[in-house]
Design a protein around this ligand. Structure first.
Ligand SMILES: NC(=O)c1ccc[n+]([C@@H]2O[C@H](COP(=O)([O-])OP(=O)(O)OC[C@H]3O[C@@H](n4cnc5c(N)ncnc54)[C@H](OP(=O)(O)O)[C@@H]3O)[C@@H](O)[C@H]2O)c1
Length: 405
C-alpha cells in the first residue's frame, strides 16, 4: 500500500477536511515504548486491540492491560499466550469503559500490580448496522457509550498522569458518513473533537479515522449486510491490515498531529464520486487514472445494443426509454411493480452520488456512452435521460457499431 494512498491529514479545526498530507516522512524514527510502563488498550480483546498489543510488545512494552466487557475468546487467549511467551505481562480486566466506576477499578488494579500508565489506546467500540428508520434511543446509546462516555471517563481519570499518548480509534464514517451507521459516525466524531480538545489543553491525543480493516473485526462482521458491502466497494474503499494501520499510526504519533485519516482507497472512484455534484479544490491535487476510451465490441456490450441494432430508427428511442426505466429501478432497488414513469425526476426518487455513479457505469459498460455524473443529480427526468442517450446513440459509437456489424 503506498503512503500517498492512505495518508490524509485533517486540518486543526473541528470540521474534518480532506487534504493530502504534506508532512508524512518516508523514514521516521521508530517509536520505542517503555518496558517499565503500562499500556492500556480498551477493546483490547477485539481484532484491532490484540494486534495493537502485539505491536506494543514489538516496540518494547512489557506491561499490557486489555479491557473488554466479555471474557477472552479462544483467539484472544492464544494471542495473550503469545504475548507472554514474548516476555510481556498481560492483565485482562473485564470492565465497561462507559461506567466511571469500572474505569476507576481498572486504574486501581493497574496501580496495585503494574507500573504507571504511559499510553492509552482507546479501541473499544460497537457498530451495528441500523437504517435510520430502525434507530431507537437504546441503539444510539449502545453505540455512543464506549466512544463518548468511555472516552470522557478515561480522560478525566488520567488527567493527573503523565501520558505519552492517548490514541482514539475513530472511523472514516466520522469524516464522510456511512449508510446505516449514523450513530456510529456521531460517536466517532466525538472522538475527533475530543482529540482536538485535548490538544488545546496541551495534552497528548491522536484520533485516527480508520477505513476498513482486513482479516477480522467489526467491519468484517458488517460484510454480511449487502448494502454495507456494496457501499464500501462503490466508494472505492479497500481493506488493509491492522499492521499497516499501526505502521501509519506510528508516523502520526511522531508527527504529533491531532487527527489522521488512514485509509486505502481507489482515488479514481472516490474522486469521481466526491466530485459528482461539484469540483473540490482540494481534490485537484489527487491524480487519478482517466477512464479508458470506449473501444468495446458489440458482443462485449449489453443486451440493449443488440436490441438497438435490430430496431428501426423510430423504435430506438422507445428501447432506450425502457432501458433507462429498468436501470433506474434496479439502481434504486425499486420493487418490480414500481417501474418509474418517463416523467419521474431522478432526484425526487432518491438518486444520490453513489447511485448516480452506478447508473453512469451501467451506461458506460452497456452502451459505451459516458454521461457526466452531475447530470443525474441535476433533477433530470427519465425521459430526458433517454433522450440524451438517443442523441449520443445517433452521433457516436452505437451508430458506428450498429452500421458496421
Ligand atoms: N474493523 C474495522 O474495519 C474498523 C473500521 C473503523 C474503525 N474501527 C474501530 O476500531 C476499533 C476496534 O474495532 P475492531 O474491528 O477490532 O472491533 P472488535 O473486534 O469488535 O473489537 C471491539 C472491542 O471493543 C469492546 N468493547 C465494546 N464496548 C465496550 C465497552 N463499553 N467497554 C469495554 N470494551 C468494549 C468489545 O468487547 P465487548 O463487547 O466484550 O466489550 C470488542 O472486543 C473500534 O473502536 C472501531 O470503532 C474499526
Amino acid at each position: 500500500m503506498e503512503m500517498s494512498q492512505i495518508a490524509l491529514r485533517c486540518d486543526t479545526r473541528y470540521v474534518a477536511r480532506l487534504m493530502p498530507s504534506q508532512k508524512v516522512q518516508t523514514n521516521p524514527q521508530s517509536i520505542n515504548l517503555h518496558s517499565h510502563a503500562t499500556y492500556l488498550i480498551t477493546g483490547g480483546l477485539g481484532h484491532l486491540g490484540l494486534n495493537t498489543a502485539r505491536w506494543m510488545v514489538d516496540k518494547g512494552a512489557q506491561h499490557i492491560v486489555l479491557v473488554g466487557r466479555s471474557d477472552a475468546s479462544d483467539t484472544a487467549r492464544q494471542a495473550i499466550t503469545q504475548l507472554e511467551d514474548n516476555g510481556a505481562q498481560v492483565l485482562v480486566v473485564k470492565a465497561d469503559v462507559s461506567s466511571r466506576a469500572d474505569v476507576v477499578r481498572i486504574f486501581e488494579k493497574i496501580k496495585a500490580y503494574y507500573p504507571p500508565v504511559r499510553g492509552i489506546f482507546h479501541a473499544a467500540g460497537v457498530a451495528e448496522f441500523h437504517p435510520l428508520q430502525d434507530m431507537t434511543p437504546q441503539l444510539i446509546k449502545s453505540v455512543l457509550d464506549p466512544k463518548v462516555a468511555g472516552t470522557w471517563n478515561l480522560h478525566e481519570i488520567t488527567l493527573g498522569m503523565k501520558l505519552d499518548f492517548f490514541v482514539c480509534i475513530s472511523s472514516i464514517a466520522s469524516v464522510w458518513g456511512s449508510e446505516g451507521l449514523g450513530h456510529y459516525a456521531a460517536a466517532s466524531h466525538f472522538l475527533d473533537i475530543f482529540a482536538h480538545y485535548r490538544h488545546s489543553l496541551k495534552l497528548p491525543a491522536l484520533t485516527v479515522n480508520v477505513g476498513a480493516l482486513a482479516d477480522g473485526g467489526m467491519h468484517y462482521r458488517h460484510q454480511k449486510h449487502t448494502v454495507m458491502r456494496e457501499r464500501v466497494t462503490q466508494i472505492g474503499l479497500k481493506h488493509y491490515s491492522p499492521q499497516a494501520l499501526l505502521k501509519m499510526l506510528e508516523y502520526s504519533l511522531e508527527m504529533g498531529v491531532a487527527q489522521q485519516v488512514i485509509i486505502d482507497i481507489d482515488w479514481t472512484t472516490f474522486k469521481e464520486l466526491y466530485e459528482a455534484r461539484e469540483h473540490r479544490t482540494l481534490l485537484k491535487q489527487i491524480k487519478v487514472q482517466l477512464p479508458k476510451p470506449f473501444k468495446g465490441q458489440l458482443g462485449q456490450l449489453g443486451e440493449v445494443l443488440h436490441q438497438l441494432k435490430d430496431a428501426s430508427k423510430g423504435d430506438r428511442y422507445d428501447i432506450l426509454l425502457a432501458y433507462v426505466q429498468n436501470k433506474v429501478a434496479r439502481v434504486l432497488k425499486l420493487e418490480d411493480s414500481q417501474l418509474p414513469t418517463p416523467e419521474q425526476n431522478l432526484m425526487f426518487m432518491g438518486m444520490d452520488s453513489l447511485t448516480a455513479m452506478e447508473l453512469k457505469n451501467n451506461f458506460q459498460n452497456e452502451l459505451g456512452i459516458d454521461i457526466p455524473t452531475v447530470k443525474f443529480l441535476e433533477g433530470t427526468t427519465i425521459a430526458a435521460l433517454a433522450n440524451e442517450l438517443a442523441q449520443e446513440d445517433k452521433k457516436r459509437e452505437i451508430e458506428f457499431l450498429v452500421t458496421r456489424k
